[in-house]
Design a protein around this ligand. Structure first.
Ligand SMILES: [Zn+2]
Length: 413
C-alpha cells in the first residue's frame, strides 16, 4: 500500500476468469466491489434523499465533472464533494471530456449499442455542426453557435477535479464516436496517452501543493474502440503508468463488450481497481464483473424510473401499462428496498403516477407523480446496487457462474 488514503485489496477471485471481489478504501469510506456507483450528475441524485441513499446500501456516487466545474470553488469551500453532496460517501468525478466532446460529434454516453443506435450515431457524426474540435492542446469548444470558443485542457480538468475533491478522479481522454474510422481512433488513442501523461504530471504537482486535504486517486482512461491491438496498446501504455486505477470507456457494439474488457483487463495491473463507465444493464454488469471490472455507473436506473420503467427479477416492466391496473404484487418479487418493504403494490404506484381521467386536481396529480417517481427511483437504484452485492457474495462463495446463469435466465425469460 502506498503512503496515501487510497488502496484496493482483492478478497476472492472467479476461477478461470478475471473477475474478483475486493475492497476499495477511500478517505470517505470503503466500497465493497463489485459495486454500482449511483449517478448524481450535480452532486446529488434526483428523488433520492441522503437517508434513502444509505438505506438502499449505496456505497458511492459518481458526478459530472463538467457540470460541477462551474461551482468547483463552492464545493471546495464546503470541504469537498462528499460533504457537499450530503451523502457523505466515496465519490468519483469524470474528467468533463465527454460533455465537451459531445458538442463536436454525435457521441452517445451509452457504451454498448445495438445496430440501430450505431446507425443513428454515424448519421449524427456526419451531419452535426461541430461545436468542438480536438487539438493537441485540448478541446476547443463553443456552448452554441454564437458563443465564444473556449479551450478545455487536461490540466484544467485536473484543476477543477482537485477543487471538487472527489476520492477518485478521471484523466482527460478523447472518447471517439462509433462513426469514427480506425485511423482517427489511432490518432485519438495516441492523444489520450499524451493527455494521460499531462494529467498525471499535473495531478502530482497539485497533490504536492495541497495541504490538509485528502489524497485523491487518479484513474487513467482506456479507449481504442473495438480494435484489439489499440485496446491492448492502451492497456500496456497506461498500465505501466502511475495511475491509481483505470476507467474503461468507449463506444462499441454490445456483443463486443466481453472481448474488449478481456483485452484490456488481462494486461492492466491486477492490483488496481477498474471502473466500467456508463453501463448498468444486468447482462452487461455480469459480463463486466466476470471480465475484471470492479465498479459501474449509469444514469439508467434513475432516468428509467422517471419514465415508469421498473426493474424486476422477471425482467423490466412499464408500470403505466394497463395490465398493472389491478396488480396487487410488489414492484419486484421478494424485493427488500424501502418502497417494497413499505408494501407498495404495482397497482398503487401506477395510480400515483397517472392522472386518472381528471379525478385529481392538477396539484394533486403533480404531487402524486413526484411521490411515485421517488418510490420507483428508490426501487430501481436498490435493484442494481443489490444485484452487484449479490454478485459479490456469489464470488466470495465461489458460486458466480451458477448465480449468473440462474439470475439471467429468470430476468431475460
Ligand atoms: Zn423494491
Amino acid at each position: 500500500m502506498e503512503d496515501n488514503d487510497f488502496s484496493f485489496q482483492i478478497q476472492e477471485r472467479i476461477p478461470d476468469a478475471l473477475g474478483r471481489a475486493g475492497t476499495i478504501h477511500t478517505p470517505n469510506g470503503t466500497i465493497s466491489t463489485p459495486a454500482f456507483m449511483v449517478v448524481g450528475t450535480y452532486g446529488e441524485v434526483k428523488f433520492l434523499s441522503s437517508k434513502q441513499f444509505h438505506e438502499i446500501g449505496a456505497e458511492g456516487m459518481i458526478s459530472n465533472g463538467f457540470h460541477l466545474s462551474k461551482i468547483a470553488d463552492e464545493i471546495e469551500q464546503s470541504g469537498g464533494l462528499a460533504k457537499y453532496s450530503a451523502y457523505n460517501c466515496p465519490t468519483i468525478t469524470d474528467s468533463g471530456g465527454f460533455q465537451v466532446m459531445s458538442l463536436g460529434s454525435g457521441l452517445g454516453k451509452v457504451v454498448s449499442m445495438d445496430k440501430r443506435d450505431i446507425a443513428r450515431e454515424q448519421h449524427k457524426t456526419k451531419s452535426k455542426n461541430r461545436l468542438a474540435r480536438v487539438s493537441e492542446d485540448g478541446v476547443y469548444f463553443k456552448k452554441n453557435e454564437d458563443s465564444e470558443e473556449q479551450l478545455f485542457t487536461p490540466e484544467y480538468s485536473m484543476e477543477f477535479q482537485h477543487k471538487i475533491g472527489a476520492d477518485i478522479i478521471m484523466a482527460f481522454d478523447e472518447l471517439t464516436s462509433i462513426g469514427d474510422n480506425r485511423q482517427y481512433n489511432e490518432q485519438a488513442l495516441d492523444r489520450t496517452y499524451r493527455w494521460g501523461i499531462r494529467c498525471l504530471n499535473h495531478h502530482k504537482k497539485l497533490t504536492e501543493e495541497r495541504v490538509g486535504k485528502n489524497y485523491q486517486a487518479l484513474y487513467g482512461v482506456l479507449q481504442g474502440a473495438h480494435y484489439q491491438d489499440l485496446r491492448e496498446k492502451a492497456a500496456k501504455d497506461l498500465g505501466a503508468m502511475d495511475f491509481d486505477g483505470y476507467g474503461l470507456g468507449g463506444a462499441f457494439e454490445k456483443e463486443q463488450l466481453p472481448d474488449i474488457l478481456l483485452w484490456c483487463n488481462r494486461i492492466l495491473p491486477e492490483n488496481k481497481p477498474r471502473h466500467l463507465l456508463g453501463l448498468s444493464k444486468p447482462d452487461d454488469i455480469f459480463v463486466g464483473v466476470e471480465n475484471g471490472c470492479d465498479t459501474f455507473d449509469c444514469v439508467a436506473p434513475t432516468r428509467e424510473a422517471r419514465h415508469g420503467k421498473i426493474y424486476t427479477v422477471d425482467g423490466d416492466i412499464n408500470i403505466r401499462n394497463a395490465k398493472f391496473k389491478n396488480d396487487p404484487n410488489p414492484l419486484s418479487e421478494g424485493c427488500q428496498c424501502p418502497t417494497c418493504k413499505s408494501n407498495y403494490t404495482r397497482e398503487e404506484i401506477r395510480k400515483l403516477l397517472r392522472d386518472t381521467n381528471g379525478t385529481k386536481t392538477e396539484k394533486q396529480a403533480l404531487n402524486d407523480k413526484k411521490i411515485a417517481i421517488e418510490l420507483m427511483t428508490v426501487h430501481n437504484v436498490y435493484f442494481i446496487v443489490n444485484l452487484t452485492k449479490e454478485i459479490r457474495q456469489s464470488i466470495i462463495e465461489n458460486n458466480f457462474h451458477n448465480f449468473r446463469d440462474k439470475w439471467l435466465k429468470r430476468y431475460y425469460g
